[in-house]
Write a protein that binds this ligand. Structure first.
Ligand SMILES: C[S@@+](CC[C@H](N)C(=O)[O-])C[C@H]1O[C@@H](n2cnc3c(N)ncnc32)[C@H](O)[C@@H]1O
Length: 355
């Protein structure tokens, strides 16, 4: 891993003036300068910002390629509204789409965008500051609100909120979610406390109720984040539930297949991930370490030290349609982490579609 130390003075100042200001945008785009460095956007080309959010990366593309066209996808109706506003500023250039990665093909079909029709795709995974900071969305430990966590809000009728999940889930399944999606070492204790609380609280319906409950069962131990700041004992529980409610990892896996399908040969994909679960899926795809297009499954049979495969098998497994521009990843500069602590765990991968 290397720390990006490119000289972006010119572009950097323009981006800083326009995007790095909390007053003008509520979500500060992470690694926008590195995204542009690797994407090298050109006028007349077609890009998809797969995670529009507040549009930070879209604006960064338009800053250097004012004649580019950008499909702006987001599953969150709030972000979609922001994309619609930006489309008014850039008539005929921004095409807002409301939907998940898994809903993209039908939407692109309506727009006549076909296989190998796109020059670049940008993914800035996870939740936005607008989602985290708005108590009523239920993502935040520090702001009380309904325990919701659905990025889609009420858009998908069959999608349960985090409160719905906690009201019915089996204790063992919950422990597994907390362990796998939250990497929470007290997963079993927390799962037991949540299930037992159903008998007393009846239903955990607010973020504060959940945060307090987790703190009460494993709060004595002091936890530190990557910047050595004290973090709330429920941080990992919240992360795990968010990933589960939004089916985030399966969405990412599917998104990697979409990138392979829609990018032209020579087209570029930029991914920004914030934890190892996300990055592992991206990494497997860009390294060609995907079997039968099922990325969430560990290809253990190829990892076992007891089996020795022939060259042909190994080449077939490892053949990748991607050439990596970042080897292996770029991370934010010290200055960016200082200015925007949310960027601290970001990893950027940039790849070109080669076959
Ligand atoms: C980190 S934010 C992106 C911020 C954006 N790059 C910016 O600079 O303003 C991630 C966004 O991706 C959206 N998102 C997450 N998973 C998605 C999915 N499966 N399909 C579509 N959008 C998704 C979220 O709703 C959120 O708005």
């Amino acid at each position: 891993m290397f720390r990006c130390r490119f000289n972006f003075s010119l572009l950097g100042n323009r981006l800083r003036g326009r995007f790095y200001c909390a007053q003008t945008a509520r979500h500060v785009p992470v690694m926008a300068r590195e995204t542009i460095q690797f994407l090298k956007p050109q006028d007349g080309e077609l890009y998809i910002d797969m995670t529009f959010g507040a549009g930070g990366h879209t604006r960064a593309i338009l800053e250097v390629a004012p004649g580019a066209k950008i499909v702006a996808l987001d599953r969150d109706p709030v972000a979609y509204e922001m994309a619609q506003n930006l489309a008014v500023e850039y008539p005929g250039q921004i095409f807002p789409l409301l939907g998940k990665f898994s809903e993209l093909p039908e939407k692109l079909k309506e727009m006549d965008i076909e296989q190998r029709g796109v020059d670049g795709m940008v993914f800035d995974f996870g939740a936005s500051s607008m989602q985290f900071d708005e108590g009523s969305r239920g993502f935040s430990i520090s702001k009380n609100g309904p325990l919701d966590m659905r990025m889609d809000r009420d858009r998908c009728l069959d999608e349960p909120s985090a409160a719905d999940v906690l009201s019915v889930i089996d204790q063992q399944d919950l422990a597994r979610i907390l362990k796998v999606y939250g990497e929470e070492k007290h997963a079993k204790t927390i799962a037991r406390a949540i299930v037992e609380a159903r008998h007393t609280l009846k239903r955990i319906v607010t973020t504060k109720e959940l945060a307090d409950l987790v703190q009460s069962c494993c709060g004595v131990e002091k936890r530190l984040d990557k910047l050595q700041r004290v973090s709330h004992p429920a941080t990992k529980t919240f992360q795990a539930l968010r990933i589960f409610v939004n089916n985030e990892l399966n969405e990412i896996n599917y998104a990697m297949l979409l990138a392979k399908h829609y990018l032209k040969i020579g087209g570029k994909m930029i991914t920004i991930t914030f934890h190892s679960l996300e990055d592992t899926i991206v990494k497997r795809h860009v390294m060609g370490n995907v079997l039968d297009d099922m990325a969430n499954k560990l290809p253990l049979r190829y990892n076992s030290h007891t089996i020795c495969h022939g060259q042909e098998v190994m080449e077939a497994v490892m053949r990748s349609p991607w050439h990596q521009l970042t080897k292996p990843v770029a991370v934010p500069s010290y200055e960016e982490v200082e200015e925007n602590p949310r960027s601290r765990s970001a990893k950027l991968r940039a790849v070109v579609r080669v076959s």
